[in-house]
Ligand binder design. Sequence first.
Ligand SMILES: Nc1ncnc2c1ncn2[C@@H]1O[C@H](COP(=O)(O)OP(=O)(O)OP(=O)(O)O)[C@@H](O)[C@H]1O
Ligand SMILES: [Mg+2]
Length: 424
Amino acid sequence: MREPVAIAVERLGKRFRLGPRATTDRFTERLQTACLNTVRRPWQWLRGSSRPTAPTTAHRDEYWALDDISFEVRQGEALGIVGRNGAGKSTLLKILTRITEPTRGRFGIRGRVASLLEVGTGFHPDLTGRENIYLSGAFLGMSRQEIRRRFDEIVAFAEIDAFIDTSVKRYSSGMYTRLGFAVAAHLESEVLIVDEVLAVGDAAFQKKCLGKMQDTAQQGRTVLFVSHNMLAVQTLCSRAIWLDGGSLRADDTPAAIQQTYQRATDSAAPSSHLLSASADGLVRVRSASARPIPINAALTVQSPVEIVVDYDIIDQPRRLHVCLYVFDSTGACAFCTFSEPSTHPPGHVRATCTIPGNLLNAGTYAIDVQIVEQGTTVIVGIRHAIVFDVLDADRTTSWLGTWSGAVRPACVWQVSSLDKATRT
Ligand SMILES: Nc1ncnc2c1ncn2[C@@H]1O[C@H](COP(=O)(O)OP(=O)(O)OP(=O)(O)O)[C@@H](O)[C@H]1O
Ligand SMILES: [Mg+2]
């Protein structure tokens, strides 16, 4: 017998306007989300504000970050969601957690939802770790006693005992994520939604999170897991969907999705959708990607890595340069690099940077991309625009490297005995 449907998404769409993003009070967002999720509700469809038949073409300054997405997830299923930066993954999760409303379409979720979205969402900065745990539990409709029973487990999992009575605004991003994940995974909910948690935290903690999510799925809870780490998706999920430019491109086993997705990424056809734009809307980054050289090979410690940033200049020539900041999985900046400033006429520009082979360590790296004008003014800044994995060539089946350090250069060694060889 098939399990009942836990999440249903029907023709979901979300339209945004170009230009600077509206800033929102995250605590208010959280309150809205959490309050709506407190009670165990019967199935209920939540609709977007527009008619389902509204035309799909966007106005000049509007675009669809999610366009006509439909799928179902059954209870106890662990669904991986993959796709390039700007594909709409986080937007989908924000709709499902009711942080934002769909423009059209509808969705329904059975049961309570615990979520860990982008780092920085979810906790009240002025409250301590302890207070935030109780607050999150209360939002989920748990009694004080129930929360108390889970409290020690949460603190032990997050490994932040010494800081539990410190306000979370003093936490490092790693500590914040640890606590966020521990709370989402240990408090009682039928659905667990996690966005890209493996990009932060050290290797040991990432492994622990993956193990915990596996347990969670085995206990019959439904898991939605967004990640750029295909090996993690394959390890955890029984099924995956691939979002591309706001559309659902494929829905299959994680192994099949990895193949199709990898092939499409390797061919690196520049996409026509928008990743980010300058405040005046006249410099628009279409895509940013990393690929190994040669292109069809696995990206290992030995591979040179080509970083490609595609952007459009609208209306008039601009003097720009591109900066890349490369971070390892602990959040440490391994290095930064930038192009020479140059003036380009309006049109499509491609910046390519090659990171030499035998420099990066095995593990996950994230690259912040900036477009800088006149040498000093950052006009576009995209945090973690590119996230990719470097495999250990000797251990390609493992998703975690074992060597310490942000980089792993192939240093030249020579060891010889300085004493005269003694022969008899
Ligand atoms: N509040 C907002 N206002 C305007 N545009 C937005 C807003 N939030 C997201 N977008 C845009 O919607 C598109 C989808 O963004 P989203 O964050 O869902 O992508 P993603 O798949 O999660 O990418 P990543 O892998 O980088 O996390 C992007 O073009 C993004 O710039
Ligand atoms: Mg995202």
